[in-house]
Design a binder for this molecule. Structure first.
Ligand code: HMG
Ligand code: MG
Length: 295
């Protein structure tokens, strides 16, 4: 029987991953309220928004306004997702000390998501490196389609190892392994972790599960058994990926909390505050979808 971590860090990605693909327009004010409620929960890290092209992701076109208006707590890491140099510059202007870059294990997904190959994304990160180092930023790296790609199907371990190696060579501090369409099962997760943790420390990785087929919780348990102690989730379980048809929301932060709490694993989260934030964003999305339906 493996020893499970005593505590885990939950990275709240609802304001970015959860809101980026909503068909409704969510006001900046509602986003700010959601993030401010999340900041009261005891979460250690919140991904606030993304500085991507507003033509590609109009839902987060108000990234600067939201970032400037939230009430930042000194003990919380606020992260912004950035695809390129321009996004990194904008995040720095908005006082982010932590950013996340993103690439994929599948070429087709990389092209659909960012209009460039995996190698091109690495070249862009190389161009961004000086700037993030000069500004002493903490950098997270996402790898999408770790196990399954909506265009290419199952993904082999070789490209995964290659992308992980390149991201760590760039000085990236933590890699979040993304099951973008929620299709991975615990055996696949175990196989990947068994392979990569022969070379790298579990503390360098986070797991990012979408819950399309209800396997995210079991996959988290597999991760815990391998000593992973950082998990991404969204309060309210909202979200999806605009470039991965059928991808549903991230696993709900409430589910990760309950799972950990029931096993005596500390998260630092206050359940009532988390429920309040989740209820708030669900009510906004419901209200907006009703308004939308009446249009
Ligand atoms: P492009 O069209 O190939 O790039 O987009 P471009 O360099 O030719 O620029 C085109 C226009 O975009 C220009 O404006 C640029 O200024 C502008 P124009 O001259 O036409 O007016 N532009 C920008 N504007 C604001 N901020 C920027 C920026 N960069 C260029 N940073 C690009 C390339 C990467 C920008 C585009 O493809 C893009 O924004 N894609 C969005 C991808 C995205 O946000 N996907 C969802 C997040 S990833 C995800 O959800 C997965 C994850 O959750 C893990 C998992 O679940 O697997 C992380
Ligand atoms: Mg995601």
């Amino acid at each position: 029987m493996q020893t499970l971590p005593k505590s885990v860090k939950i990275v709240e990605v609802g304001p970015r991953d959860g809101l980026q693909s909503q068909s409704q327009v969510i006001s900046s004010e509602d986003k700010i309220n959601y993030i401010d409620l999340l900041s009261e929960t005891g979460l250690q890290e919140i991904e606030v928004t993304s500085f991507v092209s507003p033509k590609w992701i109009p839902q987060l076109a108000d990234a600067a306004e939201v970032s400037r208006s939230i009430n930042r707590h000194p003990e919380i890491i606020y992260t912004a997702l950035v695809p390129n140099f321009q996004g990194l510059q904008n995040a720095i202007k908005c006082q982010f000390r932590s950013v996340a870059v993103f690439t994929a294990a599948s070429e087709s997904f990389s092209q659909k998501n960012t209009n460039c190959s995996i190698d091109d994304s690495m070249t862009q990160f190389q161009d961004m490196r000086k700037l993030w180092e000069e500004n002493d930023l903490r950098v997270r790296g996402y790898i999408s389609t770790m196990w399954h790609c909506p265009y290419e199907g199952p993904i082999n371990i070789e490209p995964v190892i290659d992308v992980i190696t390149k991201l760590f060579d760039l000085g990236i501090n933590e890699i979040s392994l993304g099951d973008t369409i929620g299709k991975a099962n615990p055996n696949e997760v175990r196989h990947t972790l068994d392979t990569i943790l022969n070379r790298w420390d579990p503390a360098s990785f986070a797991l990012h599960f979408h819950d399309t087929f209800g396997m995210a919780e079991s996959n988290i348990i597999a991760g815990l058994e391998f000593g992973i102690n950082t998990f991404d989730s969204s309060a309210g379980g909202i979200g999806g990926c605009p470039y991965a048809e059928g991808a549903s929301g991230n696993i709900a932060t409430e589910k990760v909390f309950s799972l950990c709490d029931s096993m005596g694993i500390e998260t630092g989260i206050q359940k009532d505050k988390l429920d309040e934030a989740a209820k708030f964003i669900r009510s906004i999305l419901k209200k907006e979808s009703l308004i939308h339906a009446e249009d």
